[in-house]
Design a protein around this ligand. Structure first.
Ligand code: ZN
Length: 461
């Protein structure tokens, strides 16, 4: 594989940041981190109680790692009614918006107050991805996730605003209608989850529409919210005829923080880079158990600190997200550290079934290797005999052309393959087409009845 640098085709948004050396970028990050910690200590009673006095005069990244403790989701959910007094660094009158988290963990939804500058930072940071993906000011964007009080949708507005975009919120509508709007409004880009992109492809196929013909303006598709296989990425890019760009972000960080560059989610057939916005975030990737920083090429938990949150600064937030640090620099030559596209998962998604660890993305890989499969759902439960049982229900694409006998053989071969590779025997059955849930954001294909109380945002088919 060639590692030709991309210099001539780079779309630089901010040369003052993107042309820094790695050392210069880290020095800038450290200066901003020190200022953010001192400010939070001075203004926020909660942190004055939680942190040692050294925080008031913090002077380095090394000292930050020594004295500032981690924060969990539970920490953020405590005393939400006292938040404006105890946790917010800006006067209440400067808070212009409150975003909620999606609540996908089942622990509860956090509220995140934002000032005008916080909202502006969301938009101007996300703009990097839009430009790197090839969008220009004034381009048309369709946004397919539902927008309510949740940040997933709300944070898209400031980005569209910065891009001077004509912005269509198609989230509230059923899938068929969303497809109609894509055709009607002819966006240059649309924003969607990987599982939902598969659904959209099925609708186009049913209508015998080729997006390369009927959506000639389309430049790029933006995805987030779940992992996917390399084969899925190749198939999707071939079908839509454009590059796909991924982002990773979390409300606790205050902004989307890792983005694909010009190369997209696949670079020369291998998984691409998501560049961390290190001038606005500190992205620590730590080994579970020891909390040591991972080496390049290794997996660990993303721990996020925003350097750009005025109202509600959060430090060392343990995301529970499993990310892989890239082992070699990206061909674009930007100075930011990067994580691997397509493989972000949640540590609490890992299930233990009859003593074996089972990661949903490992099952995804085997299930979706066959393009005839459109969607699946997994269920883990205790059967009447008290045994832990895992059942997979799987939908075939109507366009696959497989007859009943071929589908049956496929299910049995898949069960054998999963058992051989993942050491867990799954009971695999066929489900009627469109009988399984699809997810608008943060896809969760597995229900573990041993763990109650998790709720997800589903879309209407
Ligand atoms: Zn790059």
């Amino acid at each position: 594989m060639s590692h030709e640098p991309l210099k001539s085709t780079l779309r630089i948004v901010n040369p003052q940041i993107e042309n820094l050396t790695r050392q210069e970028l880290l020095a800038l990050q450290e200066r901003r981190l020190v200022a953010q910690v001192r400010r939070a200590y001075e203004r926020i009673p909660f942190y004055r109680r939680l942190w040692p006095k050294e925080a008031a005069t913090l002077s380095s990244m090394a000292q930050f790692r020594e004295v500032i403790p981690f924060q969990s989701k539970q920490d953020l959910l405590v005393a939400q009614d006292q938040m404006m007094v105890e946790r917010v660094a800006s006067p209440g009158s400067q808070v212009v918006s409150v975003h909620m988290t999606s609540g996908t963990t089942g622990l509860g939804q956090e509220s995140h107050p934002l000032t005008r500058l916080d909202v502006e930072a969301m938009g101007s940071t996300w703009m990097y991805q839009a430009h790197w993906a090839g969008l220009q000011l004034g381009d048309v964007i369709c946004y397919t996730f539902a927008v309510g009080m949740q940040t997933g949708g709300l944070s898209s507005f400031p980005m569209a605003d910065r891009m001077a975009s004509r912005f269509h919120q198609t989230g509230p509508y059923p899938s068929e209608k969303k497809a109609d709007y894509l055709l009607q409004y002819q966006p240059h880009a649309f924003i969607i989850s990987p599982a939902y992109l598969t659904r959209m492809q099925a609708i186009f196929e049913e209508r015998k529409l080729d997006p390369r013909v009927v959506m000639p303006q389309l430049k790029c598709i933006f995805i987030a919210g779940e992992s996917y296989t390399i084969e899925w990425a190749q198939r999707s890019m071939a079908f839509w005829g454009v590059n796909i760009s991924e982002w990773y972000g979390l409300m606790q960080g205050g902004l989307n923080q890792c983005f694909s560059c010009e190369t997209g989610i696949l670079d020369q057939g291998e998984r691409g880079h998501l560049h961390a916005m290190e001038h606005r975030m500190l992205c620590e990737i730590l080994r579970p158990g020891t909390n040591d920083p991972v080496e390049p090429g290794e997996e660990g938990e993303m721990v996020a600190t925003s350097l750009f949150r005025e109202a509600f600064p959060i430090f060392r937030f343990r995301t529970g997200d499993r990310v892989r640090r890239m082992s070699s620099p990206c061909r674009c030559g930007r100075p930011m550290m990067s994580i691997q596209a397509g493989t972000i998962a949640r540590y609490d998604d890992m299930m233990k079934i009859r003593g074996q660890n089972l990661w949903p993305d490992a099952v995804d890989k085997l299930v979706f290797e066959n393009a005839a499969v459109e969607e699946y759902a997994g269920l883990v439960f205790i059967d009447p005999q008290g045994r832990e049982t895992a059942r997979l229900s799987l939908e075939f694409r109507p366009s696959s052309g497989l007859d009943a006998e071929q589908r049956k053989r496929h299910l049995s071969a898949l069960a054998d393959e999963i058992q051989g590779k993942l050491n867990v025997r799954l009971d695999i059955r066929e489900a009627d087409y469109l009988s399984l849930p699809r997810f608008e954001f943060k896809t969760r294909r597995w229900t573990d009845e041993r763990r109650a109380g998790r709720s997800f945002v589903k879309y209407t088919a």
